[in-house]
Write a protein that binds this ligand. Structure first.
Ligand code: SF4
Ligand code: SF4
Length: 323
């Protein structure tokens, strides 16, 4: 895990290349570099509040940074510290009272737990079935508690009670693998449950040869950014293998950074247009020739459907069609 702080920023600007805010605003002060250089120059946290709030926490800048600065953790810490200094929060912040209380999952004595609250009905059944196939004789249990309220509070730098964390993770202790669709939860879950294998739904699905066979060169496959960047070195290799085998296109750039739409951010939950997601999606598809777009993050579905003139499906639908 990268632990270096803003003091180590050399100002090289490589993080700008992948930052959706730089693309949208063209304003240096809205970038990770801009915030780091301002703090190095003696600015107070309040002086860079607008920039800290604007960050979509896509995590793309962290693996791009040659200094190895722990950017994702730093962004959230700055939000936490900023929250202590103010009483007026951005309009897109979650309500602390919106936190789920005392959800009690039964202890799940199975080997794989699927934490993907946005998958419902037949899609959830299909996703569970594929993951179960991959797990051999391991049974898959969808978790009743998807922890998304926790993810929202962490993203906003708001406190999460230890009781709530305990309620979320206690039923997960009996599993050896957690398949988690909310990428922002991957890092905290690795900290809370250090012995578990934690992967995204996309990786779980693509581990099946049946699913990989359903992809080809005319597909553009959109990788979920937050989970990918949280385990970057390992997943670069995983997706390189997948790309070579299927021939499909991806939203990875030449540095193998996943170009984000920002659709999973709290800001985008209030409005994908205002958050700049549509512009980002247009940029990702510009100049490409494809007949279908497959998204890992269900939040990207609405974004690409707005800007693309080809069918857009999410990766879970590949499972339904290829069992
Ligand atoms: S996390 Fe994303 S939006 Fe925030 S500074 Fe980094 S690249 Fe830009
Ligand atoms: S990539 Fe890292 S070192 Fe370079 S400007 Fe961005 S934060 Fe600073």
């Amino acid at each position: 895990m990268n632990t270096k702080g803003y003091e180590y920023c050399s100002g090289c600007g490589i993080c700008l290349l992948v930052c959706p805010l730089w693309k949208k605003t063209g304003s240096m002060s809205h970038t990770r570099k801009g915030r780091a250089k301002a703090l190095q120059g003696g600015a107070a946290l309040e002086d860079i509040a607008a920039s800290v709030d604007a960050c979509l926490l896509c995590g793309s800048c962290e693996p791009a940074c040659p200094e190895g600065i722990g950017i994702a953790a730093m962004n959230m810490e700055q939000r936490r510290n900023l929250n202590k200094l103010r009483t007026n929060y951005p309009s897109w912040y979650p309500e602390p009272s919106g936190m789920k209380t005392r959800i009690k999952d039964n202890a799940l004595h199975n080997s794989i737990i699927l934490i993907a609250g946005e998958y419902q009905g037949n899609n959830l059944k299909a996703l569970s079935a594929v993951i179960e196939l991959l797990g051999g004789n391991k049974k898959v249990s969808p978790a009743a508690d998807d922890g998304r309220d926790i993810a929202g509070l962490l993203e906003a730098g708001l406190p999460v009670t230890q009781d709530r964390i305990d309620d979320f993770i206690t039923p997960l202790r009996h599993a050896d693998t957690l398949v988690v669709s909310e990428g922002l939860l991957h890092r905290p879950l690795r900290k809370w449950l250090p012995n578990k294998k934690i992967i995204g739904t996309g990786e779980a699905l693509l581990s099946s040869a049946h699913i990989r066979k359903a992809l080809g060169p005319e597909d553009l496959y959109i990788i979920e950014c937050r989970g990918y960047h949280s385990d970057y070195e390992r997943l670069v290799k995983f997706y390189d293998r997948m790309r070579k085998e299927t021939g499909c296109q991806t939203n990875l750039d030449l540095q193998r950074i996943a170009i984000p739409t920002g659709a999973s951010s709290l800001q985008a939950k209030k409005g994908i247009e205002a958050a700049g997601c549509l512009e980002q999606a247009r940029w990702i598809i510009r100049g490409r020739s494809m007949k279908r777009i497959v998204v890992e993050d269900i939040a990207d579905l609405a974004v690409f459907q707005r800007v693309a003139d080809v069918p857009v499906i999410y990766a879970g639908q590949l499972s339904r069609d290829n069992l």
